[in-house]
Design a protein. Structure first.
Ligand SMILES: [Zn+2]
Length: 494
């Protein structure tokens, strides 16, 4: 069925067209884009502005759905507030589960004793905002049989205080010790309902496709929840473990080089301020190289999480060494986050076609930790301007549930980098940010038909009653912008 959309202006994925136009949709694709100056009313769909629906290049859709099912601790700063949120927490198979605390926002140091007072007998497990730390109580430690003598798995840390007592904080791979015994939300009867809410939320933000990061056992549920929504799936597992399996049908893999700033686990070239801690190396360089070589030509996307400047540097060096072969074999090389980097590393990434999958929205939540732990090195964070100048392709995402999948807050964040005086002025333009959410994101996630408004492209479009380019000219904040309609592969979802 043909559909005609009339707009006053539009963004086509690469440029802004400030002219009335008619976008004609035939089935799942765009059959023509006609520039017309007539503003006459017809029975067709009308809006002021159109853009390709956004692609979130890095989202944990299962994790985001689970975050809808558990206690939200975002914004907690005091013990009183923590108690208030946890007081009426629903129990999941006898456990209390939550997510979203950020150590640099707390006016106390998280410790199992605090949780023991609230839950003396009920196991309680709370994920940090970045997802790289777990804060648990004694009941949870007992259930997981973790004692002061327990050896953490490789790339993991079981935190102890000066006296050698467990603090109840587990980092990186040590989290699996609790995951093994905690109830699985994926198996809960409400999980599929939460997934439906999650997808609805995405559409409400103008998102029409996603590149999902997922643990292997969540993939089936994700596919079942919304089989029609355009998705690429990066599985969090070592390629050497899964590529030989017949049933391997993911689009790519994602591995971790280091931790996150939130848990002082990001791998830095110099220690965190006032400490001897350089962060956590989750996988060695040689092992990562082995996994990359196993993957080239066999997966579409090979992605590595790197946040600290040393982690980003080593991953970029590795990718640079194999970029020619990767291009020949059509494997996309992506650095997830690319959060702290020297200009040399950024330029190398530009020269060797390495994609930076970035989440500017996280700058707000990171600012305290950056100030306290990195001091002036915070100026090496979120260098979007330098990356674009060096020719690095940016793919925008939110890393939800680390942040909500809030597209316009993410774009506003990209326009605002450096305004708070902690990061350097690395702001980019609205046009550049929108490319990062559309045409560049399509490239990074191997969606050849998405991210453009042009003849032959997928009819995956978001319509707005406001033109964001006019918004910016008027100095208005973009955060509140929401689409009035979202069409995904020809189907109206909003
Ligand atoms: Zn992530």
């Amino acid at each position: 069925m043909m559909k005609v959309i009339k707009v006053n202006s539009f963004f086509d994925g690469t440029g802004y067209v400030k002219k009335p136009a008619e976008i004609v949709i035939d089935g799942a694709s765009i059959s023509s884009v006609r520039l017309s100056h007539s503003k006459r009313k017809t029975s067709s769909l009308n809006a002021r502005f159109a853009t390709p629906a956004f692609i979130d290049s890095h989202i944990h859709i299962a994790g985001y759905s689970k975050s809808i099912m558990t206690v939200n601790l975002t914004g907690v700063t005091t013990i009183e507030e923590l108690k208030r949120r946890l007081k009426n927490a629903p129990k999941v198979s006898g456990w209390v589960l939550g997510r979203g605390w950020e150590s640099s926002h707390l006016d106390f140091i998280p410790n199992k004793n605090i949780l023991d007072k609230i839950f003396p007998d009920t196991p309680c497990s709370l994920r940090s905002r970045c997802g790289h730390s777990l804060w648990i109580n004694s009941a949870a430690l007992n259930t997981a049989s973790i004692t002061a003598k327990t050896k953490p798995p490789n790339g993991g840390l079981i935190e102890q205080d000066e006296k050698g007592d467990l603090t109840g904080i587990l980092k990186e791979n040590a989290i699996t010790l609790v995951e093994r015994v905690a109830p699985s939300l994926s198996e809960s009867s409400t999980f599929s309902k939460a997934m439906k809410v999650a997808f609805k939320n995405l559409v409400s933000y103008g998102i029409g496709a996603i590149c999902v990061v997922a643990e292997p056992n969540d993939v089936e549920n994700i596919r079942k929840a919304n089989p029609k929504f355009p998705m690429r799936i990066l599985v969090e597992e070592k390629p050497s473990k899964i590529l030989s399996l017949d049933e391997f049908d993911f689009d790519g893999v994602k591995l971790y080089k280091d931790g996150a700033l939130g848990n002082s686990g990001a791998l830095m070239s110099r220690p965190y301020a006032g400490t001897k801690n350089f962060g956590i190396e989750v996988i060695s360089d040689s092992e990562l190289e082995k996994e990359l070589l196993t993957s080239l030509g066999r997966v579409k996307i090979f992605a590595v999480h790197a946040i600290g400047d040393l982690a980003v540097e080593t991953v970029v060096r590795l990718f640079a060494r194999h970029s020619e072969e990767a291009q020949k074999k059509k494997t996309i090389l992506r650095v997830e986050h690319f959060q702290t980097a020297s200009i040399i590393t950024i330029r190398r990434a530009g020269r060797f076609n390495i994609i930076a999958s970035v989440q500017p929205i996280q700058q707000y939540g990171d600012v305290e930790a950056a100030k306290q732990r990195l001091k002036t090195r915070a100026r090496l964070m979120y260098r979007l301007r330098s990356m674009l100048d060096a020719g690095v392709k940016l793919a925008f995402g939110t890393d939800a549930p680390v942040e909500p999948p809030d597209t316009w807050r993410n774009i506003q964040a990209a326009l605002d980098i450096g305004k708070e005086g902690v990061y350097a002025d690395e702001s980019i333009s609205l046009l550049e940010a929108m490319k990062g959410y559309t045409s560049s994101a399509a490239l990074a996630s191997n969606f050849p038909a998405l991210g453009r408004i042009k003849k032959g492209a997928s009819a995956t479009i978001a319509l707005y009653d406001e033109d964001p380019f006019e918004y910016v000219l008027k100095g208005k904040d973009l955060k509140e912008l929401r689409p009035v309609s979202v069409i995904v592969e020809g189907e109206t979802l909003l």
